[in-house]
Design a protein around this ligand. Structure first.
Ligand SMILES: *Cc1c(COP(=O)(O)O)cnc(C)c1O
Length: 516
């Protein structure tokens, strides 16, 4: 794979003589064909020996016994370990190469974070341990909360939401509780056309109607169109800033002022905070609630590598309604965690809980390690380098790929391209599949929806210039092939364990039961 990668793709590679490819096993060097686990091993084989039990005799349990044997694969321990290890080698990971998925912020996960998260005092906690024995962990949560409040210029933070979308729900439930406290039943949330799918989904899940706000030809929220939609039925807006077109919403303060004047609240989708951390404080832009994806901005592993974590920072207006446990800033600037026991007199309007216990402790410790190891100046540089890298990608490719908002000024941390200019019959999908042959994970495709055949590339700050140059060279070669109508590209990938799959069928009719 590497040799192919470095030499670049040549058409004759797809037509190698079958005889030179054949091996008696069917495998090719380290490219191993892997059967389903149900096709491996023998029924009855087991990787562990069970001792005698002191349970009651089986026949006394007859009504509860399974009638048909459980259809489990029978593998010894080494067979099971090898099966999963072989499968894992067919996967792609941020530890193997760039992962340019726009919107997802797949940056390197520093190993220092992992070391801190594995410290016994954090890793071996039990959520039901006596509170007196977890003071250090609570202190760490508090310290992270302090940083999040400081970096965003907000008043309080709910640490417990478990991912971005969960944070969105938390923010909207705060807005709902605040409206109820005012005795108002506003029904509608306004969401821009370019929003991440989770925004309208969350608004609908929280019981609101969703109305869409059009974008300007620049790719930003149309302030006049938004203002025209405001009224006594509007509970608030959900705006992503920087937005999913990779642009900063310059009118954010004017948007917030207009929404507040109409009695609504401003939710900001903060998933793209990586582009502005240390540079812009959402609190200064009039935002009332914003989730922060610790697994994006603060480098905790995600996408198969770990769970998310989506703390929600809240303005002074919404803080009283935040869920428990809740962290607030005191008059003297210190930050304090309010727990269930103090809630009745200190946080009586909180809407409830988002999760059992305190949230994703392992992600808190990783994010705190990341923040402390970077420091305030280092975090600022994260944003600057992320933006620089994305603009380098945008400028390096805008002669071969259409950049629909290239005229809107520099992008933030994502470079957005469209399929305009590709030869008849060639699509964004062909370029994405071609990237697999080139040894890269594809970029985000067909999102945002406002751009035809969108390709959203987010390099992040952790790619070196040399790494970016290799990626750019591959993407350039694919763009040139798609513009020139190179038919071979239409059947890429040629060198991956599988060719093109029927992704629609796989999503709509997944086969989840073994039918052997
Ligand atoms: C990732 C993302 C979300 C959702 O976050 P999850 O942690 O995946 O739930 C929402 N909005 C935007 C813009 C995102 O990039």
């Amino acid at each position: 794979m590497n040799a192919v990668n470095q030499a670049g793709w040549r058409p004759e590679m797809g037509q190698a003589n079958a005889a030179t490819r054949a091996t008696s096993s069917g495998d090719r060097a380290l490219m191993l064909e892997e059967a389903l686990i149900f096709e491996l091993g023998q029924p009855g084989t087991c990787g562990v020996d069970f001792g005698e039990t002191d349970l009651p005799p089986l026949d006394s349990l007859a009504p509860f016994l399974r009638r048909d044997p459980l259809d489990l694969p029978g593998l010894s321990e080494p067979e099971a370990v090898r099966h999963y290890t072989r499968l894992s080698r067919q996967n792609y990971a941020i530890d193997l190469g760039p992962f340019p998925l726009g919107s997802c912020t797949m940056k390197h996960n520093p190993r220092l974070n992992e070391k801190v998260a594995r410290m016994a005092g954090f890793a071996d906690l039990h959520p039901l341990q006596p509170v007196s024995t977890v003071q250090g962990a609570l202190g760490a949560i508090n310290q992270l909360a302090h940083w999040l409040i400081e970096l965003t210029g907000m008043h309080g933070v709910a640490m417990s939401p478990k991912a971005g979308a969960h944070g969105e729900l938390c923010g909207l439930l705060c807005i709902k509780a605040a409206l109820e406290a005012r005795g108002e039943a506003r029904t509608t949330i306004l969401v821009p056309e370019s929003a991440h799918g989770t925004n309208p989904a969350t608004a609908a899940f929280a019981g609101f109607a969703v109305e869409s706000i059009p974008a300007t030809c620049e790719g930003r929220v149309d302030l006049a169109a938004l203002t025209a939609k405001l009224g006594p039925h509007v509970a608030g807006v959900m705006i992503t800033n920087p937005n999913t077109c990779g642009l900063f919403e310059r009118d954010m303060k004017a948007i917030s002022d207009a929404v507040h004047a109409a009695g609504g609240y401003v939710y900001c989708d903060g998933a793209n905070f990586n582009a502005v951390v240390g540079k812009v404080r959402p609190g200064d832009l009039g935002i009332d609630a914003m989730h922060i994806n610790l697994h994006k901005t603060f480098s905790t592993p995600h996408g198969g590598g770990g769970p998310g974590s989506g703390p929600v920072v809240l303005s002074a207006a919404l803080s009283p309604f935040g869920p428990l446990p809740f962290t607030v800033r005191e008059a003297d600037g210190s930050v304090r965690l309010v727990e269930e026991e103090q809630a009745a007199h200190e946080h009586p309007q909180g809407f409830g809980r988002m999760a059992a216990f305190h949230g994703q402790m392992g992600m808190f410790t990783r994010a705190l390690a990341y923040i402390l190891s970077h420091g305030a100046d280092g975090l600022q540089q994260v944003a600057e380098d992320a933006v620089l890298n994305a603009n380098y990608v945008l400028c390096s490719l805008d002669d071969v790929l259409d950049a629909p908002f290239g005229a809107s000024g520099p992008c933030m941390h994502e470079a957005l391209f469209s399929d305009t200019g590709l030869a008849e019959g060639f699509s964004t999908l062909d370029i994405a599949k071609g990237l697999i042959d080139e040894g890269f994970h594809p970029m985000t495709v067909y999102f945002p929806l406002v751009v035809h055949g969108a390709m959203l590339v987010e390099p992040t700050e952790t790619e070196s210039k040399a790494g970016l140059d290799r990626f750019i060279a591959s993407l350039r070669s694919l763009a040139e092939r798609a513009r020139a109508g190179d038919e071979a590209l239409k059947s890429a990938p040629h060198f991956a364990p599988r060719r093109r799959l029927d992704e629609t069928m796989a999503a709509r009719k997944p086969v989840l039961v073994w039918q052997g």
